[in-house]
Design a protein around this ligand. Structure first.
Ligand code: SF4
Length: 222
């Protein structure tokens, strides 16, 4: 997308139909659940347009909650029907743009663990057992404010860091409510990415943050 996507506002509804871009099995590559087999639900649309965003999340299709749950259940199982993925990651785009409360409740009641990946600018009440990982985004003039009601619910912050993009050269002091992961920004430039990796490693070691690598990219999987 690289900042070219339309800004899409939050939508209302009862959550019985969601606009979905993609549902797929993979390994969670980033943050506190890194390395765990998961089913990803990528919801369509985002309320921000970040210049480094490499995710395709436009042109989603409406899916009923029932169909979505069936799909997730199938993808969570091996060929013998045994569940091998009990983690469902709801991402986007911005997943809190859509009414995902009923989806989370249904997944939890079907025995899944649920993790949300959000940019922190939107919030909806969700079951307390849903893990929320917030990756704050910077306008160049500062970070978009994190919703206070969301901040109280966070399992982790995940900050992208870069030595080239000065907006991503520091971890802000207000990120105190949850453990902080630092992740080198992928700038599609091998030399720059090496600098970002070195920078993230230093930050982790010198300031006590946790290092997050995009394991799925290292492995060449979705
Ligand atoms: S908030 Fe995330 S999904 Fe949305 S444009 Fe920025 S990087 Fe992409």
């Amino acid at each position: 997308m690289f900042g070219q996507n339309p800004l899409r506002p939050p939508v209302t509804g009862d959550g019985s139909v969601l606009e979905v871009k993609h549902v797929f099995p993979t390994l969670q590559g980033e943050g506190p659940f890194a390395g765990q087999p998961a089913v990803f639900i990528r919801l369509a649309g985002c309320n921000l347009a970040c210049h480094f965003c490499d995710t395709e999340f436009e042109d989603g299709k409406d899916m009923t909650l029932v169909t979505l749950l069936e799909h997730v259940s199938q993808l969570s199982c091996d060929e013998k029907g045994k569940r091998v993925r009990d983690l469902v990651v709801i991402t986007g785009g911005e997943p809190l743009r859509q009414p995902i409360g009923p989806l989370c409740d249904s997944l939890l009641s079907n025995g899944f663990r649920v993790q949300i990946e959000t940019n922190g600018t939107l919030y909806r009440p969700l079951d307390g057992s849903v893990s929320i990982v917030c990756s704050p985004k910077n306008t160049g003039q500062g970070y978009h404010p994190i919703r206070p009601d969301l901040a109280d619910r966070l399992s982790a912050y995940k900050f992208l860091v870069s030595t080239r993009d000065t907006a991503y050269a520091e971890i802000p002091e207000w990120a105190t409510q949850a453990p902080v992961y630092v992740q080198p920004m992928d700038e599609y430039d091998e030399a720059q990415n090496a600098k970002n990796l070195d920078f993230a490693t230093q930050l982790a070691q010198q300031r006590g943050y946790r290092l997050s690598l995009q394991m799925h990219k290292l492995l060449g999987i979705a």
